[in-house]
Design a binder for this molecule. Structure first.
Ligand SMILES: [Ca+2]
Length: 160
């Protein structure tokens, strides 16, 4: 068995975390970001997979700790096969553009009660919760809304 950890976080030491503040107020949560954490025994390193303003990326724990503070985390026990499938998918998506427009579309969709993100560009972008949802989907956890509309709170609610 392997472990994958889904971590809900807020920004660390940002001078003006206005984006995070808006998201937390909007979702009524004390976290604004979600990321997927792996630990590689062979590398003796944490691999943290996330979508941030610069895009979808892997980052080490030291760098991650400089921009984020974990608020909640959920450990998922997975098979070796699931672990490889998840990491393969993460590698395939690494480098994709961050879903800024997707996020705006999520707000519009919520206000107008749309079942799809109104921006077509959302298909080619990823935000933090969509990549976490993709990981959970591989593990057999399904969502009742389109992944382009998923928020960190949807991930949290699904796991708790
Ligand atoms: Ca998307």
């Amino acid at each position: 068995m392997k472990t994958i950890t889904i971590v809900f976080s807020k920004p660390q030491n940002m001078k003006l975390p206005i984006g995070s503040w808006i998201i937390r107020k909007w979702m009524k949560t004390d976290y604004s970001h979600v990321s997927v954490h792996f630990f590689s025994q062979s590398l003796d390193r944490h691999l943290i997979y996330e979508a941030v303003g610069s895009g979808v990326r892997f980052v080490g724990k030291d760098l991650w700790d400089k921009h984020a503070v974990a608020v909640y985390s959920t450990e998922l026990n997975v098979t070796e096969e699931q672990y490889v499938k998840v990491l393969q998918r993460c590698v395939d998506l690494a480098g994709i553009k961050y879903g800024l427009t997707q996020n705006i579309g999520i707000c519009i969709a919520k206000i107008l009660k749309l079942i799809k993100n109104p921006f077509k560009s959302a298909k080619s972008e990823e935000n933090c919760s969509e990549i976490a949802a993709e990981v959970l989907t591989i593990l057999g956890i399904s969502f009742d809304k389109h992944l382009d509309l998923i928020t960190p709170k949807d991930i949290f609610d699904k796991l708790n």
